[in-house]
Design a protein around this ligand. Sequence first.
Ligand SMILES: [Zn+2]
Length: 158
Amino acid sequence: MGMDVFGKAPVSTEGEYFRNSVWWWHPLAEYITDSHPDLAAACTLWHTNDGDGLDAADAVALADALTADLDSGATALYEAERNAQIASLPRETCKLCAGTGTRSDDIGIEMGFTARGWCNGCDGIGDREPWAASYAFEVANVAEFAKFARASGGFEIC
Ligand SMILES: [Zn+2]
């Protein structure tokens, strides 16, 4: 499962196509809309596959802004702060077994987890790392997207 972003009128192969899994796309889109709400505003559906996007001029303006962030270190700072914030989150009680480490709902019974005293949601531990830790953000991904946006001639998120 992922997000496919297509260049509308690519000026080079770099602008043809960009793809992130959902785990990478949502943090990237969040960074863009948080850091540059004015430049991102022409696209309202950043987080769904509805074909929304930016026109050529907006895509270049966004690429300029992201490149400036990358050059100034703002993106690296954002990544570091985000990682620190996620690392500080407490582990979450596993919902599948209610923290017991043994999944005993209908599926747990059917799959034999109940009999084994195990849970597939938490590996039988009872808690798991927070969901936020499953979502990834890296400077390199922003740089890759900025290159794509600059050469895309506008893009659609599908
Ligand atoms: Zn569990």
